[in-house]
Every structure is written in structure tokens, then in C-alpha cells.
Design a protein around this ligand. Structure first.
Ligand code: FES
Length: 562
């Protein structure tokens, strides 16, 4: 197999000429022949002025390049699509598959022997791993790292759990605009990703657990020297992978690794979004992420990590408390520690050499968990024949069993228009249903599942209600929220047939969610249902025509498989 600049030559019908030309352009950029004969490591940078979470990506790329040169390689930094949660209309999820295609195609097109993937903000690491698994070139992930916690009037604040808490208090009238404004300055106090166990922290943790990073890479704060040293070490390791030609992503993304990810997702009370991303990443390796198995894993694995929103602490505390290998040590009886990592060690070898110190308050022992049961459960029933997810660790136990009438919102516009209408017929005994917010419906399955509590109830002190939708929810959010109802309403799922006043019964402990309407009546309603109009052209058209449902990862059907 051709290596370095000799690989993947532009096709002019004359390979030697193509190489002559390629080297000529690099000579023109000041490279010597000696430099051009070295193993080449691509450094995929997600730096963007529109992505403040990745503000340190250029600095990390420099440190990675230093590590590459120290090991005798030649680094090339190149850009890719960069997605930030607050800067992608209508939702970053719509663009995750596009980013994954960009990653895959550029990794396959460029003359690199290994690639370092700098990611962090929610969709970036999933997109990078989806693309890397499909390209199957040696690849190693470097998360940008999380922000430090903010401090305000004696309280530590975390994006975005506290953004939501403060906003809910402001909506309910218990916090005024000035107080909100003062806290606003401290919610995102440094560069880096959200520092609670939201989706970014979850995906970094799962990337480390799957074996795609060096140990410690999930947790070191973005602005720490640990992060810069990790970047240098990652560059050095990438050269060894370039020379050895591996390990390749499909050697790392195995059934055992995916099961380990399921264990850690439950034990960290991670983001429900990870269910969708794990299914998509597994699909790229020709594997399935089994939701029933995930649910079974959860029954045996309590929540050990004491991070917001389920607990009290932040990613910097997780790092100082021992980091991911310390959590693996706690979970050793539930994990397959023979699983390999890109660093060349198995998980078990890392655990064996990792410092013994573990902060028992942040990374709890099995006999003193944060939450004694599974963090996330998978429900099914007549309302969700292919499943739905609920984060029990962020829900109200008194609402785990619920039966009551639905108040239905037909989409995001309808929700925004009516949720605070004083005339809305809603009481705490209702459940709120949002539909047409799934992969096809929105499109892109936005994080709208934690519907706001109607003002008229919030102002009376109601903080939680059962909410059901085909949307996703931010990993930083909380509440008794049933998500990812599959099939979604816009694909003709039963959610499309619910009407105001229909009774819905949920038993989260028994894993059931049912629409209590006669079959004959549902058949009548189905006969009247019409699928939504498709976008006329472009990526939006491709998306709604080829996106799979949540249980398959919302990937494009033509991208799955090897
Ligand atoms: Fe980037 Fe939270 S918005 S990680």
C-alpha cells in the first residue's frame, strides 16, 4: 500500500507526474524533500469563529503538530465543517450526517497515513467517528475539553444545566432580568465544551471508553496544561499509528466496545442523545446498537458519576477525581477490559497502571451510588412500537407511573404559539405531547423534547410534567420527558394519531407507554393522515428522503454498513 505523499494521487493518467506536481506545490510552500518523505498525519481541525466551544482548536492543532514532528512525522492541519449547538439552524443534528460525509470523504481523499480528529461540541465527535469508521483509516480523537465551572454569588454554575434552571426561574417570575443578566456572564466562563454531563461530555467520555482517545482525554479541562500535553501525546501516537497502519477504527468499534459504551452511558447518567449517536456509529461498522441490551445493562449498573444534571459536580472535578479510567476501575465487573484502544493498550492495562487515587464523592463506589438504578430506560408500547427513551435519573419518581389526558402540539411553531396561552386547556394532570419534531418532521430531530412548562402552571410552582415527543433532549436538561418516540409522527407513527384529551398510560418501571384509544378509532384517524410535504431541493430534500429513524441512529440509509 502506498504511503505518505504517494498515496491517493490525483488522477491525471500519469502517477509519477501527479506526484511530481504534488511535491512541486509543497516545495513551493517551502518544504524540503526530507520533510516530504515522512509519514503524514492529518490534523482535522474544527476551529470556527462560529464555534466558541472550539476556541482552543488552533492551539491544540499546534500541540498535536509538535507531537507529530517530535515523533518524526509531518503534520498537515485541514478544516472540516464545525457544528456548535447554538449556531446551527434549525438544529445541528440536521448537519451531523453532512459533517460525517465531509470527514469521511476528506480522510479518503487526502494523502494522509493517520488522522487526528479534534472534536467536542455535541455533534462533532459523533460525526467524526461516523466518518472515520466509514473511511477506516487510522484515526485518534482529541476532544477540545470542557469549560471550567462558573462562579456566581457563592454558587458554581454549569452550562447548560444552570442556563435552563435560571431561565425556568425567570419564566416563572422568581428571578428578575437583572439577576439573570449577572449570572449570564458566568455561565460559559472559559473556552471548551459544556462542563456538565451533557452531550459533549458524554460523547467525549464514550469516545474514550470506545477506545478512540488516549486515557484522560475525555476529562482534562480545555484550558488546562493537561489538555495541551494530551494534544502533544496524541500527535506522537498518531505517527506510530501511521507507521503501523493501525489500529483502524473498525478494529476499535467492536461489539464489546459498544457494550462498554452502554455501561458507561448508564453509569455516568449521560445524554440520551448518545443512544442516537451510538446507533449511527455502530451502523457505520456494520453493527447494531441494541436498545434492549442497553436497557438490560442499565438494570445492573447504577449511576456512579456525581456530575450535573444528575448530581452536583463538573467535568473538572471528574478529571481531578481520577478521570475515566478511575470510573472503569469501579465498573470493572461490568466492562470487557480486554477491549483495545488506539493507544495500543487494552482498557484493562490502562486501569492497572492508572493512579489509584479516586475521589469517592465524585466517582462513587458501587455500594454508594448517586442513583441506585438505571439512568436511562427504553420504553415501548402502542404509542412507540419501535421504542422511546426516558432519562429516569433526571425525572420525577412520582411520575414514573402516569395515566392522564394529552394536550397535543402539532409542531414547534404550534408549541411556541400556544404553550403560554392563558386559555390553553392544561393542568398538572395532563401530559404534554409534541409531534412532527423527529428526524423527518422538524427536520433533524431538534432538542425540543423538554417542552417548557406552560407559564400558567410554572407560576404556580409546577416544575415537572410528563412530556412525550419524537424529538431529542439536551443532555443538560431534566424532567419526566419521554423522547425519540419511534416511528416518529411524520413517518406515520402512532404519535401522529393522538388527539387532545386522549389518555396515555406510562409505566416507566415496566417499560411501557400506551395510547389508550380503540383500534377502530385509530384506523379511522390513520385513513385521514397525510405525510408532510418534503423540502423542494438540496440537502434538506436528501435528508428527509434518506434519514433513518432514531433507533437506527438518524444516519442516512446509504451510509450504513462497511
Ligand atoms: Fe458546545 Fe455545549 S454548546 S458543548
Amino acid at each position: 500500500m502506498k504511503r505518505g505523499l504517494r498515496s491517493r494521487l490525483a488522477q491525471y493518467g500519469d502517477e509519477e507526474f501527479a506526484l511530481f506536481l504534488r511535491r512541486g506545490f509543497l516545495k513551493g510552500a517551502g518544504f524540503t524533500d526530507e520533510a516530504l518523505d515522512r509519514p503524514i498525519v492529518g490534523v482535522l481541525s474544527t476551529a470556527s469563529d462560529f464555534n466558541p466551544c472550539h476556541r482552543t482548536a488552533p492551539q491544540l492543532a499546534d500541540a498535536i503538530a509538535r507531537g507529530v514532528r517530535l515523533a518524526g512525522g509531518l503534520p498537515f492541519v485541514f478544516p472540516t465543517i464545525s457544528l456548535h449547538e447554538a449556531f446551527a439552524y434549525p438544529t445541528s443534528m440536521l448537519l451531523r450526517n453532512l459533517m460525517s460525509m465531509d470527514v469521511e470523504e476528506m480522510v479518503k481523499a487526502l494523502p494522509l497515513d493517520a488522522v487526528v480528529l479534534i472534536g467536542g461540541c455535541d455533534k462533532t465527535i459523533p460525526a467524526e467517528l461516523m466518518g472515520a469508521v466509514s473511511a477506516d483509516m487510522p484515526a485518534i480523537v482529541l476532544p477540545v475539553g470542557s469549560m471550567l465551572a462558573g462562579r456566581h454569588e457563592g454558587t458554581r454554575l454549569g452550562a447548560c444545566t444552570d442556563c435552563r434552571r435560571l431561565w425556568a426561574a425567570y419564566r416563572a417570575g422568581t428571578l428578575d432580568g437583572d439577576a439573570l443578566g449577572h449570572a449570564h456572564d458566568q455561565l460559559m466562563p472559559t473556552a471548551g465544551t459544556c462542563m456538565v454531563m451533557g452531550t459533549a461530555s458524554t460523547m467525549a467520555s464514550l469516545a474514550e471508553t470506545l477506545g478512540f482517545t488516549l486515557p484522560g482525554a475525555a476529562t482534562a479541562p480545555a484550558v488546562s496544561s493537561d489538555r495541551i500535553r494530551l494534544a502533544e501525546a496524541t500527535g506522537t501516537r498518531a505517527v506510530a499509528m501511521a507507521i503501523a497502519g493501525g489500529p483502524k477504527p473498525r478494529e476499535i468499534m467492536t461489539k464489546a466496545a459498544l457494550r462498554n459504551a452502554a455501561v458507561v452511558l448508564q453509569a455516568t447518567s449521560g445524554s440520551t442523545n448518545a443512544l442516537v449517536h451510538l446507533a449511527a456509529m455502530a451502523g457505520r461498522a456494520g453493527l447494531a446498537f441494541d436498545l434492549a441490551e442497553f436497557d438490560r445493562v442499565g438494570r445492573a449498573v447504577p449511576v456512579l458519576l456525581n456530575l450535573k444534571p444528575a448530581g452536583n459536580y463538573f467535568m473538572e472535578d471528574f478529571h481531578a477525581g481520577g478521570g475515566m479510567p478511575a470510573l472503569w476501575r469501579r465498573l470493572r465487573d461490568h466492562l470487557d477490559l480486554t477491549a483495545p484502544t488506539v493507544g495500543g493498550e487494552t482498557m484493562g492495562e490502562i486501569v492497572a497502571r492508572w493512579p489509584a487515587y479516586t475521589d469517592d464523592e465524585v466517582i462513587r463506589p458501587l455500594d454508594n451510588p448517586v442513583w441506585p438504578k438505571e439512568a436511562i430506560a427504553i420504553l415501548s408500547g402502542s404509542l412507540a412500537p419501535q421504542g422511546a427513551a426516558i432519562k429516569l435519573a433526571a425525572a420525577t419518581p412520582d411520575l414514573f407511573k402516569f395515566e392522564g389526558p394529552a394536550v397535543v402540539f402539532d409542531g414547534l411553531e404550534d408549541l411556541a404559539k400556544r404553550v403560554d396561552d392563558p386559555a390553553l386547556d392544561v393542568t398538572p394532570a395532563h401530559c404534554m405531547v409534541l409531534r412532527n419534531a423527529g428526524p423527518i418532521g422538524a427536520p433533524g430531530m431538534p432538542e425540543a423534547g423538554a417542552l417548557p412548562i406552560p407559564k400558567k402552571l410554572g407560576s404556580k410552582g409546577i416544575k415537572d410534567m410528563v412530556r412525550i415527543s419524537d424529538a431529542r433532549m439536551s443532555g443538560t436538561a431534566f424532567g419526566t420527558v419521554v423522547l425519540h418516540v419511534t416511528p416518529e409522527a411524520s413517518a406515520g407513527g402512532p404519535l401522529a394519531l393522538v388527539r387532545d384529551g386522549d389518555r396515555i398510560r406510562m409505566d416507566a418501571v415496566a417499560r411501557k407507554i400506551d395510547l389508550l384509544v380503540e383500534d377502530a378509532e385509530l384506523a379511522r384517524r390513520r385513513a385521514q393522515w397525510k405525510p408532510p410535504a418534503k423540502p423542494a431541493r438540496g440537502y434538506g430534500r436528501l435528508y428527509v428522503e434518506r434519514v433513518t429513524q432514531a433507533d437506527k441512529g438518524c444516519d442516512f440509509d446509504f451510509l450504513a454498513g462497511v
